[in-house]
Design a protein around this ligand. Structure first.
Ligand code: SF4
Ligand code: SF4
Length: 320
């Protein structure tokens, strides 16, 4: 199967996969398919894949890494990342900023990854990609997902004598938790991609997406200290959890973004705000209607004037 045939699938595009289709094996794999692969410090290519690579960070990656490094989110973002666009959309995100002569990840050393137990999702998935054909990704049925293997010439892990199923390998890499944490955010990006760029997204909406995706501290302030809670119905349990639980706040931010960017249900606007909004829309409609009526009356008056003028001319011509 060529890469193009996967084009409508929902990819976990954050992976550091090589986009060269010839390196993607033309075989759809399931969770029970067998894989021969092992990566360890003894391989001759050790850390080769930590250089010249694009690693998109998900909100969960950022959360885990900035805590690991004892930094605030914005400090981590400015130090270790650079801006990028996500999956050929206009959605802003960040990728790891490569450094040094060898264009390497800032966390790589000759001994390996210095943040290994908290390494980004992209580093865990490689070399097994996942695609999900379910539009909008509302159903998690396992049979709708499939996997594929990326086999790049420089990666010697495929020659190691270790055999396991895709499921066993994914469990070993701690990918299931990452899938769960990244799922709704990835779906926002894929939804944007499937809408296409004809549908406009305001700069304010993009800024909100970026802020919520990269800096939960600022997003928390936005929720708790702006008029947010006067506008949206947030149940007391959710409100309590997002005050000090970062993961709960992150999952809440995905729900908010889906609602505000794509009108997804799940975050109702308060009744009085809704009434005000409707009244505001009606007022705008009334004003527009009034203006249209005025314009119509003006046009009509102009037309009548021209008709009168013509009639007068015709009458005076007849009289002569
Ligand atoms: S985070 Fe670790 S595993 Fe990932 S590219 Fe950097 S050094 Fe390599
Ligand atoms: S075996 Fe593959 S994944 Fe492991 S270090 Fe080498 S290139 Fe990277």
């Amino acid at each position: 199967m060529a890469m193009d045939e996967y084009s409508d699938a929902e990819f976990d595009f954050i992976k550091s996969t090589d986009k060269n289709p010839s390196n993607i094996l033309p075989e759809k794999l399931t969770i029970n398919s067998r894989l021969q692969f092992r990566c360890h410090p003894g391989v001759s290519c050790f850390t080769a894949c930590c250089h010249n690579i694009k690693i998109i960070l998900t909100p969960y990656d950022i959360l885990i890494l900035h805590k690991r490094l004892g930094m605030q989110a914005h400090e981590f973002i400015t130090t270790y990342t650079e801006p990028t666009y996500l999956e050929k959309t206009d959605m802003p995100g960040v990728q790891i900023k490569l450094v040094g002569e060898k264009n390497g990840c800032p966390f790589v050393t000759p001994e390996g990854c210095t943040v290994y137990s908290d390494r980004p999702s992209a580093c865990r998935y490689y070399p097994v990609g996942m695609a999900d054909f379910h539009e909008g990704g509302t159903n998690d049925a396992a049979e709708e997902k499939f996997f594929f293997l990326v086999k790049e010439p420089h990666c010697k892990g495929h020659e190691e004598p270790k055999h396991w199923t895709i499921g066993e390998w994914r469990a070993d890499q701690g990918v299931d938790l990452r899938d769960e944490m990244n799922k709704e955010w990835l779906r926002l990006v894929m939804r944007r991609k499937s809408f296409g760029l004809q549908a406009t997204l305001s700069d304010a909406a993009k800024r909100m997406f970026f802020m919520a995706s990269t800096d939960l501290g600022t997003f928390r302030k936005f929720v708790l200290e702006s008029s947010f809670l006067d506008t949206y119905e947030v149940d007391p349990e959710t409100l309590a959890s997002i005050q000090d639980d970062d993961v709960a706040l992150m999952l809440f931010s995905f729900k908010y973004l889906a609602n505000t960017l794509f009108g997804a249900p799940g975050l109702p606007i308060k009744e009085d705000k809704l009434k005000n909004k409707i009244a505001e829309i009606r007022k705008r409609q009334d004003e527009a209607m009034l203006k249209a009526e005025q314009e119509y009356e003006e046009l009509k008056a102009e037309r009548d004037r021209m008709l009168r003028e013509r009639e007068e001319k015709e009458n005076s011509a007849k009289a002569e």
